[in-house]
Design a protein around this ligand. Structure first.
Ligand code: PAF
Length: 287
C-alpha cells in the first residue's frame, strides 16, 4: 500500500494503474476509520480493480465554532486497517498541499446546500463539494463511494457530478450500525457513556415511524412519533431537526405520505451533533 502525500504522487500512482488497464475506485474519508468506512472500501473493491482512499480532515467544511481541532485522528491505526483491506494507495495531503497559498475557487451546489444541515452549518457543503471535486480531479477515479448516512452530502455530490458532467459513477452505500442501531460515526467516541446509551434513540425513533408508516399516513404524525421516542429515550439529547423529505429531491413533504421519503434527523448530545437517516418507501417506487 502506497502512502501518497502529494497530488503529484497520486497522479503518478493512478496513471501507472490506468496504463495497466486497472479501474480505480475512490473512497474519500476524514480518517479515524470505523467499520462503516471499511464497508465503503469493500464496496469500492467490488466495483473496481483497485481502491484509493483519501484521509483529509477538510478545514473548509468546518465552521468557525465547529470541532476541526478536536476532530478525532489516529493515522497509524487507519493505515493498518486499510492495508488489511488491500487498498492500493492512501492519499494523505497536508492542508497546504491540498489548498496551496491562495485557494480562492469553490464549487457549490447552492440550492441543495442551503437547506436542512446546510441551514444549520453555513458553508459546510460548499467545503465538501469543493474538496470532493478536487479529489476527483486529482485521483480521476472511475467510481467514488460515499455513505448513505450523510444523505444530503450524497445528494449534493450526485447533483454536482450531473451538473458538471464529471466522468465517474457515484455509489451510495447503506449505513453500518452498532448492535443497538446507532449509526457508526467517528463522532461517537466523543459521547459520554450515558449519551452513548441514549443515542440509540435516533434509530429507534425511525423504526417506530417506519412501523406505523403506510401510504396515506400523515407526515405530521410520523414527526410526532419520532420526536416522542427521542424525547422519552434521550433526555440528554437536544433535537435540532426532524425532517421528512422527498427521498430523491429532498423537497419538503407535508400532508399524506404518497412517495418515497427520507427521514433526516439531527440530535445534539453536548458538543456532539449526531445525524441519521432512513428511507421509507411505502410505494416501493425505489426498489
Ligand atoms: O463524509 C466525509 O467524511 C467528508 O465530508 C468527505 C466526503 C470525506 C469530504 O471531506
Amino acid at each position: 500500500m502506497k502512502i501518497l502525500e502529494t497530488k503529484q504522487a497520486v497522479r503518478e500512482h493512478c496513471s501507472t494503474l490506468r496504463k495497466a488497464g486497472q479501474s480505480i475506485a475512490l473512497v474519500p474519508t476524514m480518517g479515524f476509520l470505523h467499520e462503516g468506512h471499511l464497508s465503503l472500501v469493500r464496496e469500492a473493491a467490488r466495483r473496481c480493480d483497485v481502491v484509493v482512499v483519501s484521509i483529509f480532515v477538510n478545514p473548509t467544511q468546518f465552521g468557525p465554532n465547529e470541532d476541526l481541532d478536536s476532530y478525532p485522528r489516529d493515522t497509524e491505526r487507519d493505515l493498518e486497517l486499510l492495508a488489511r483491506e488491500g487498498v492500493s494507495g492512501v492519499f494523505m495531503p497536508s492542508v497546504d498541499e491540498m489548498y496551496g497559498a491562495t485557494g480562492d475557487t469553490f464549487v457549490e451546489v447552492p440550492e441543495l446546500s442551503s437547506i436542512l444541515q446546510g441551514a444549520l452549518r453555513p458553508d459546510h457543503f460548499r467545503g465538501v463539494s469543493t474538496v470532493v471535486s478536487k479529489l476527483f480531479n486529482i485521483v480521476q477515479p472511475d467510481v467514488a463511494v460515499f455513505g448513505e448516512k450523510d444523505y444530503q452530502q450524497l445528494a449534493i455530490i450526485r447533483q454536482m457530478v450531473r451538473d458538471l458532467d464529471m466522468p465517474l459513477a457515484i455509489v451510495g452505500h447503506p449505513t453500518v450500525r452498532e448492535a443497538d442501531g446507532l449509526a457508526m460515526s467517528s463522532r461517537n467516541v466523543r459521547l459520554s457513556e450515558q449519551q452513548r446509551a441514549e443515542a440509540a434513540a435516533l434509530s429507534q425513533s425511525m423504526t417506530a415511524a417506519e412501523t406505523i408508516a403506510s401510504e396515506g399516513t400523515q407526515i405530521v404524525e410520523l414527526k410526532r412519533v419520532i420526536t416522542e421516542v427521542i424525547e422519552e429515550n434521550a433526555p440528554n439529547g437536544k433535537i435540532e431537526s426532524v425532517e421528512i423529505r422527498d427521498a430523491l429531491t429532498l423537497a419538503p413533504l407535508d400532508g399524506a405520505l404518497d412517495r418515497p421519503a427520507v427521514i433526516l434527523l439531527a440530535v445534539r448530545f453536548g458538543a456532539v451533533l449526531l445525524i441519521d437517516q432512513r428511507v421509507i418507501d411505502v410505494t416501493n417506487q425505489l426498489g
